[in-house]
Design a protein around this ligand. Structure first.
Ligand code: AMP
Ligand code: ZN
Length: 115
Protein backbone atom coordinates (compact mmCIF):
# COMPACT_ATOMS: atom_id res chain seq x y z
CA UNK A 1 0.00 0.00 0.00
CA UNK A 2 1.67 3.16 -1.29
CA UNK A 3 0.33 5.68 1.19
CA UNK A 4 0.10 3.50 4.31
CA UNK A 5 2.30 4.87 7.10
CA UNK A 6 2.75 1.43 8.70
CA UNK A 7 3.76 -0.13 5.36
CA UNK A 8 6.37 2.65 5.15
CA UNK A 9 7.61 1.71 8.63
CA UNK A 10 7.86 -1.94 7.49
CA UNK A 11 9.89 -0.88 4.43
CA UNK A 12 12.04 1.42 6.67
CA UNK A 13 11.02 4.39 4.55
CA UNK A 14 10.18 6.27 7.72
CA UNK A 15 11.98 5.84 11.04
CA UNK A 16 10.53 3.95 13.98
CA UNK A 17 11.71 2.41 17.19
CA UNK A 18 11.46 -1.30 16.36
CA UNK A 19 11.44 -3.70 19.31
CA UNK A 20 10.74 -6.93 17.39
CA UNK A 21 10.89 -8.05 13.77
CA UNK A 22 10.65 -11.31 11.85
CA UNK A 23 9.66 -12.22 8.31
CA UNK A 24 5.95 -11.63 8.93
CA UNK A 25 5.59 -9.29 11.91
CA UNK A 26 7.01 -5.97 13.13
CA UNK A 27 6.56 -4.29 16.52
CA UNK A 28 7.58 -0.72 17.30
CA UNK A 29 7.02 1.90 19.98
CA UNK A 30 3.97 4.12 19.54
CA UNK A 31 5.01 7.67 18.66
CA UNK A 32 2.41 9.08 21.05
CA UNK A 33 2.43 6.69 24.03
CA UNK A 34 -0.51 6.65 26.45
CA UNK A 35 1.27 4.33 28.89
CA UNK A 36 4.92 3.78 29.91
CA UNK A 37 4.97 0.77 27.58
CA UNK A 38 3.00 1.36 24.38
CA UNK A 39 3.98 -0.85 21.47
CA UNK A 40 2.21 -1.55 18.19
CA UNK A 41 2.40 -5.04 16.70
CA UNK A 42 1.55 -5.35 13.01
CA UNK A 43 1.55 -7.97 10.28
CA UNK A 44 3.89 -7.12 7.39
CA UNK A 45 1.03 -8.05 5.09
CA UNK A 46 -1.20 -5.01 4.62
CA UNK A 47 -4.56 -5.87 6.18
CA UNK A 48 -6.67 -2.72 6.54
CA UNK A 49 -8.59 -3.65 9.67
CA UNK A 50 -10.02 -6.44 11.78
CA UNK A 51 -13.06 -6.74 9.53
CA UNK A 52 -10.84 -7.32 6.49
CA UNK A 53 -9.34 -10.52 7.86
CA UNK A 54 -9.53 -13.48 5.51
CA UNK A 55 -9.55 -17.15 6.52
CA UNK A 56 -5.90 -17.36 5.40
CA UNK A 57 -4.98 -14.66 7.95
CA UNK A 58 -5.88 -16.86 10.94
CA UNK A 59 -2.30 -18.12 11.14
CA UNK A 60 -0.70 -14.68 11.26
CA UNK A 61 -3.12 -13.51 13.97
CA UNK A 62 -2.09 -16.49 16.11
CA UNK A 63 1.58 -15.64 15.51
CA UNK A 64 0.96 -12.04 16.55
CA UNK A 65 -0.24 -13.23 19.97
CA UNK A 66 2.90 -15.37 20.32
CA UNK A 67 4.99 -12.29 19.50
CA UNK A 68 3.00 -10.24 22.03
CA UNK A 69 3.98 -12.80 24.68
CA UNK A 70 7.66 -12.41 23.74
CA UNK A 71 7.47 -8.63 23.84
CA UNK A 72 5.77 -8.38 27.24
CA UNK A 73 8.49 -10.62 28.62
CA UNK A 74 11.18 -8.47 26.96
CA UNK A 75 9.58 -5.30 28.34
CA UNK A 76 9.26 -6.73 31.86
CA UNK A 77 5.48 -6.31 32.08
CA UNK A 78 4.46 -9.95 31.77
CA UNK A 79 3.92 -10.57 35.48
CA UNK A 80 2.25 -7.30 36.45
CA UNK A 81 -0.11 -7.30 33.50
CA UNK A 82 -0.89 -5.34 30.38
CA UNK A 83 -3.65 -4.72 27.87
CA UNK A 84 -3.96 -5.58 24.17
CA UNK A 85 -6.25 -3.33 22.13
CA UNK A 86 -7.39 -3.40 18.52
CA UNK A 87 -9.34 -0.36 17.38
CA UNK A 88 -11.63 -0.95 14.41
CA UNK A 89 -13.37 1.57 12.20
CA UNK A 90 -14.55 5.09 12.92
CA UNK A 91 -16.43 4.45 16.16
CA UNK A 92 -13.59 2.21 17.32
CA UNK A 93 -11.14 5.09 16.92
CA UNK A 94 -8.98 3.47 14.25
CA UNK A 95 -6.75 6.15 12.73
CA UNK A 96 -4.23 4.06 10.83
CA UNK A 97 -5.81 1.69 8.32
CA UNK A 98 -3.28 -1.11 8.75
CA UNK A 99 -4.29 -3.71 11.34
CA UNK A 100 -2.36 -3.15 14.56
CA UNK A 101 -2.41 -4.47 18.09
CA UNK A 102 -1.64 -1.97 20.85
CA UNK A 103 0.27 -3.38 23.84
CA UNK A 104 -0.25 -1.09 26.84
CA UNK A 105 1.42 -1.53 30.19
CA UNK A 106 3.91 -0.32 32.73
CA UNK A 107 1.28 1.23 34.98
CA UNK A 108 -2.14 0.35 36.38
CA UNK A 109 -4.41 1.15 33.47
CA UNK A 110 -7.73 2.92 33.96
CA UNK A 111 -10.76 1.25 32.51
CA UNK A 112 -11.12 3.89 29.81
CA UNK A 113 -7.58 3.72 28.45
CA UNK A 114 -7.69 2.10 25.08
CA UNK A 115 -4.79 3.65 23.22
P1 AMP B 1 -5.28 3.69 16.12
O1 AMP B 1 -5.96 4.91 16.66
O2 AMP B 1 -5.69 2.43 16.78
O3 AMP B 1 -5.35 3.63 14.60
O4 AMP B 1 -3.76 3.85 16.52
C1 AMP B 1 -2.79 4.38 15.68
C2 AMP B 1 -1.57 4.58 16.54
O5 AMP B 1 -0.46 4.76 15.70
C3 AMP B 1 -1.65 5.82 17.46
O6 AMP B 1 -1.51 5.40 18.81
C4 AMP B 1 -0.50 6.67 16.97
O7 AMP B 1 0.15 7.35 18.03
C5 AMP B 1 0.41 5.65 16.31
N1 AMP B 1 1.28 6.17 15.27
C6 AMP B 1 0.93 6.92 14.21
N2 AMP B 1 2.01 7.19 13.45
C7 AMP B 1 3.05 6.56 14.02
C8 AMP B 1 4.44 6.43 13.71
N3 AMP B 1 4.97 7.03 12.64
N4 AMP B 1 5.23 5.71 14.55
C9 AMP B 1 4.72 5.13 15.64
N5 AMP B 1 3.41 5.19 15.98
C10 AMP B 1 2.59 5.89 15.20
ZN1 ZN C 1 -0.11 -0.90 5.37
Amino acid sequence: MEDCIFCKIIKKEIPSNIVYEDSEIVAFRDINPVAPVHILVIPKKHISSLIDLKAEDEIIIGKIYTVINKIVEQEGIKEKGFRVVVNCGEDGGQEVKHLHFHILGGKKLGLKICG
